[in-house]
Design a protein around this ligand. Structure first.
Ligand code: NAD
Ligand code: IPM
Ligand code: MN
Length: 342
């Protein structure tokens, strides 16, 4: 049996509560098929408060040698916003060049959508993961004076856009063959126009895939008025962040929304995490839904080529939701119920 090393970063808040269930699902799903070795990384708020470390270089280098990463969530109200988010989570996505942030949304049978007539919802957001406003370009001068100036600069490179566009079209070929570019090209004319031109050019290589365009503001309307129209949504880093939280809400809550931060050329390990955060409002109560984390474990397995084992996790989740989706349950009850079906 082949050996795989998995880095586990539970992180903060409910990340610590849901990640053990994702790991248990992994362990149970691959039983016998492969030898998975887990390496836990103590990174996040507690570590930072204890010794000031956010992501030491040696630990980053060690993470780089693993085959995949399972992450919970990062962020803590005791720590200034951005320190851990940028210094730990985004640093991982950037240093490991995880340029595809893959965020599927599916309305499962048994889940109550807030939409009156949700229809069939099954789409994937392909969010660019290493560029845009997330680069950290920009700065502040004359801080704390009435003349303060703060800038955030969105960086979009033809190289960075083209590789994620290609990923989206390849993915569409395996699905319903439709790509919707979401941007704000009516205002962000430089980046928006470049995204559109690259989509048009790459799209010509995929004659079977149709593509259309939607401004981000209108996309938030269609997400609630007609989500069935979407198959593959292709968008930049910030729009993708916002749209996927809305998508999560539409399919019953972010507690069901998994994601993969993918380095699609496999130069570095990819990272799998729920799209939600550390949820300080419910952390410590034992009520966070571990389903998103468990589905992220399935995405990890699929990425490593264990398609059948991933499918078994998906099926266990689907059956669990169909039967008990509307029953109030604790984190551990949901985790146990899903594992019992595996
Ligand atoms: P959040 O996603 O943590 O929470 C938003 C809402 O969703 C809250 O009401 C929360 O209770 C609920 N929720 C989230 N996950 C849930 C689950 N599994 N089950 C049930 N309910 C769930 O977003 P936020 O409150 O804006 O951010 C909290 C912290 O998390 C911040 O520090 C933020 O920076 C960080 N964050 C981290 C990530 C990440 O690590 N990938 C993602 C988003 C936010
Ligand atoms: C997410 C989060 C992160 C993001 C933050 C915490 C940096 O909101 O994973 O969706 O904006 O990508
Ligand atoms: Mn987000």
């Amino acid at each position: 049996t082949t050996k795989y090393r998995i880095a586990v970063i539970p992180g903060d808040g409910i990340g610590k509560e849901v990640t053990p269930w994702a790991q248990k699902a992994l362990e149970q799903a691959v039983q016998g098929a492969a030898d998975f070795e887990y390496e836990n990384f103590d990174l996040g708020a507690e570590r930072y408060l204890r010794d000031g470390a956010i992501l030491p270089d040696e630990e980053l280098e060690r993470i780089k040698t693993t085959d995949a990463i399972l992450l919970g969530a990062v962020g803590d109200p005791r720590i200034k916003a951005g320190i851990l988010e940028r210094g730990l989570l985004l640093r991982l996505r950037f240093e490991l060049d995880q340029y595809v942030n893959l965020r599927p949304s599916k309305l499962y049978k048994g889940v109550t959508s807030p939409l009156a007539t949700p229809g069939e919802i099954d789409f994937v957001v392909v969010r660019e993961g290493t560029e845009g406003l997330y680069c950290g370009a920009g700065g502040a001068v004359r801080r704390d004076t009435p003349a303060e100036v703060a800038t955030e600069v969105s960086i979009n490179t033809a190289y960075g856009v083209e590789r994620v566009v290609r990923y989206a079209f390849d993915l569409a070929m395996k699905r319903r063959k439709h790509v919707t570019l979401v941007h704000k090209k009516n205002v962000l004319v430089n980046a928006g126009d470049m995204w559109q031109r690259i989509v048009d050019r790459v799209g010509r290589e995929y004659p079977e895939v149709s593509h259309d365009y939607c401004h981000i503001d209108a996309a938030t309307i269609y997400m609630v008025s007609d989500p069935s129209r979407f198959d593959v949504i292709l968008t930049d880093n910030l729009f993708g962040d916002i749209l996927t939280d809305e998508a999560g809400a539409v399919v019953g809550g972010v507690g069901y929304s998994a994601s993969g931060c993918i380095n699609a050329c496999n130069e570095f390990p990819s990272m799998f995490e729920p799209i939600h955060g550390s949820a300080p409002d419910i952390a410590g109560k034992g009520i966070a839904n571990p389903t998103a984390a468990i589905l992220s474990a399935a995405m990890l397995l699929r990425h490593l080529g264990f398609d059948e084992d991933a499918a078994r996790i998906d099926a266990a989740v689907e059956a669990d939701i169909a039967e008990l989706g509307s029953t109030p349950r604790s984190t551990d009850e949901i985790g146990r119920d899903i594992l019992a079906r595996l």
